[in-house]
Design a protein around this ligand. Structure first.
Ligand code: ATP
Length: 258
């Protein structure tokens, strides 16, 4: 059973998680905060569920998570300060925050994969999906959805990247409340850094992305591009050097090593 008290006592944020919605079951935590006319408006609201029935990643790919073993939640951002047309930097800040939390509490070293995955030894421990809604042509709410594999040890089905969990990595049962508070504390801190000095987020993200300099392929729908993962630009977009030495800016796609 998730103990709100154990979580709350370790939460050290100003706004993230101060309005906290706990549910036993929900279709998609992102959807709960994004759907038109919903009642949540407070910046930093966290919508948490013990069992997400229709969790999803990019392109509606499913996110599977066993009941009461992991952390599945979304964070609502409505303050203009945090609203950005470019979700890549937000993804970077959130992935770094997960990395810091796992390193601080369990000395686990994470690798970050463009644009939104957190891996340990090549296995996926966390998925992040940032989405937004607009009023007219202005974004009015941003939602960062996260699924962290914590105490789950069996993953059925087939995955393009094999999954892992904190428990599988450290061979111990994990106190979810402590990890959750550490994650939210780190996300708030890194959102602050993202606004004040986005270059620090870029630099730290690049340091943890092992693929820079590697030969990769990027798939978007039917199209596959090949080249060298040269760098990311100031917006976090991927710069791909093709066979003709031209730099292509990639906004979206699935990256694989070649
Ligand atoms: P990919 O992981 O294939 O590169 P993606 O970056 O778009 O895709 P997400 O959007 O984060 O990934 O999440 C969706 C994908 O994550 C699904 O395609 C599924 O294979 C995988 N997945 C679903 N549940 C889990 C889980 N609990 N742990 C690890 N991976 C998962």
């Amino acid at each position: 059973m998730f103990s709100f008290e154990s979580f709350d006592i370790k939460l050290d944020t100003e706004f993230i998680g101060r309005n906290f919605v706990f549910t036993e079951e929900a279709d998609s935590t992102n959807e709960m905060l994004l759907e038109r006319g919903n009642k949540y408006t407070i910046n930093g609201t966290v919508f948490y569920t013990e069992k997400q029935l229709k969790g999803r990643g990019r392109k509606n790919r499913p996110w599977y998570s066993a009941k009461e073993l992991n952390l599945t939640f979304s964070i609502l951002l409505t303050n203009k300060k945090y609203i950005t047309e470019n979700p890549v930097l937000l993804n970077f800040a959130a992935s770094l925050a997960i990395g810091n939390a796992l390193e601080n509490l369990y000395q686990l070293k994470v690798e970050l994969k463009w644009p939104n995955d957190v891996l340990i030894n090549g296995k996926k421990i966390c998925g992040i999906l940032t989405e937004s809604t607009s009023e007219g042509n202005k974004i009015d709410r941003l939602v960062i959805g996260l699924g962290i594999n914590v105490n789950q040890t069996m993953f059925q089905g087939s995955y393009s990247i094999p999954p892992t969990s904190v428990r599988l990595e450290i061979n111990e049962n994990v106190e979810r409340e402590k990890l959750f508070a550490e994650v939210l504390n780190n996300i708030e801190e890194l959102l602050r850094v993202m606004i004040e000095s986005p270059e620090i987020i870029l630099k730290d993200w690049k340091q943890r992305c092992n693929m820079i300099g590697d030969k990769i392929s990027i798939t978007e729908g039917e199209e596959v591009k090949y080249g060298i993962f040269e760098d990311v630009d100031e917006n976090g977009f991927l710069l791909l050097r093709d066979n003709n030495d031209r730099i292509n800016k990639i906004h979206y796609g699935d990256v694989s090593l070649r």
